[in-house]
Design a protein around this ligand. Structure first.
Ligand SMILES: [Zn+2]
Length: 353
């Protein structure tokens, strides 16, 4: 056993792993989109298992209400971007792994760039697998578009309340997410974690199922994937699995008709969106090019109120009950209001328009 892999001894004993399997894992790249409850748990499992490179993409900062289920964070991380806090923690777990934090909104542009589509060309930073840690279906459809277009497996997971779902989609070998769920659920029709709560143990099950599928894929053992959609409710003890094999649809908009509606449609204009119960996110048009000088901004805002600076972000109390978090790409989250115009005003006043 080479010294480098000795820490994985118990895992190397498993069928299909061994030293060759560890070498494969060490040469692999998992892209985790969303570092909430699912992203935390699956990232922890994958980094401990020896996946060589893990990219963590998330736009939000850690809040106290996250700690109930987001296992990479502690009280000292509150206010720090999730991708940054998770990367710091994971680097201590396994110094052999390359952890790449990306504090960024998951948009068509950012995901495409991350997966080597568009600027940089295919393969620039292409991941070997996309792990779903996001909290809404629009982003999932976007990930599914990318998965099919660049032929990278997509490991779906979702948890709301006490219920969990998990499935893994191998593009071109079987159905994609849209073969199974053709259309977005109507806005407001789906419970979210903000309204229905979320049970930590349900997260643990889904994330574990996702991580096991990721390991099978990266080990070259995709034939061992179940091909099923797992669904369970830990409160009612209902569980079922739906066989997805044979569900590939010739008329699927994405993998059948080869139309990537979510990847192609998101515009690059200013985006203002509600984000959580009492926050508004602002994504300026120029976002993504590293437009903000955070040091200068921190100095400016320091004259107004208490300022916290991290590597990727400046956070400041700018008015009574209003807190502004500005990221290096120009994006901001305004906490303490749910009004888009109030948030826009704060942004224009303190960051610039
Ligand atoms: Zn499809």
């Amino acid at each position: 056993m080479s010294h480098e892999f000795s820490r994985y001894h118990r895992q190397m004993l498993l069928p299909g792993v061994g030293a060759e399997g560890q070498r494969r894992l060490a040469a692999s790249h998992a892209v985790i989109v969303g570092v909430g409850a699912l992203g935390c748990a699956s990232a922890d499992l994958l980094v401990r298992a020896g996946v060589g490179r893990v990219t963590l993409m998330d736009r939000d900062v850690v809040e106290m209400t996250n700690l109930q289920r987001q296992t990479l964070f502690d009280e000292g991380d509150v206010g720090v971007p999730k991708a940054e806090a998770a990367a710091r923690r994971l680097a201590r777990v396994n110094s052999q792994a390359e952890i790449v934090p990306m504090v960024a909104d998951v948009s068509a542009r950012s995901v495409a760039r991350l997966l080597g589509l568009g600027e940089g060309g295919v393969g620039a930073t292409r991941g070997d697998v996309i792990v779903d840690g996001c909290d809404n279906f629009e982003t999932r459809y976007l990930l599914n578009d990318v998965s099919v277009k660049v032929d990278v497996p997509y490991v779906y997971g979702g948890v709301v309340g006490t219920r969990g779902m998990q499935a893994t989609f191998l593009p071109r070998a079987g159905p994609c997410l849209r073969c199974v769920f053709p259309e977005l659920p109507p806005v407001g029709s789906v419970a979210t974690c903000d309204t229905a709560g979320v049970l930590g143990p349900a997260v643990a099950i889904v994330a574990a199922a996702q991580a096991a599928d990721v390991l099978k894929i990266l080990l070259g053992q995709s034939a061992m994937l179940s091909g099923e959609l797992l669904e369970f409710d830990l409160w009612t003890s209902n569980r079922r699995s739906l066989d997805l094999r044979g569900m590939r649809a010739d008329d699927c908009v994405c993998c059948g008709l080869w139309r990537f509606e979510f990847l192609d449609s998101s515009g690059d204009g200013d985006g203002v969106s509600l984000c959580g119960a009492d926050s508004v996110q602002i994504v300026p048009r120029a976002s993504g090019s590293g437009v903000i000088d955070l040091d200068a901004l921190a100095a400016r805002l320091g004259a107004i109120g208490r300022v916290t600076r991290s590597r990727f972000m400046v956070r400041a109390a700018v008015a009574e009950g209003i807190e502004l978090s500005v990221f290096a790409d120009g994006r901001a989250i305004v906490r303490g209001t749910s009004k888009a115009d109030v948030a826009r005003g704060m942004y224009a006043k303190f960051v610039g328009s």
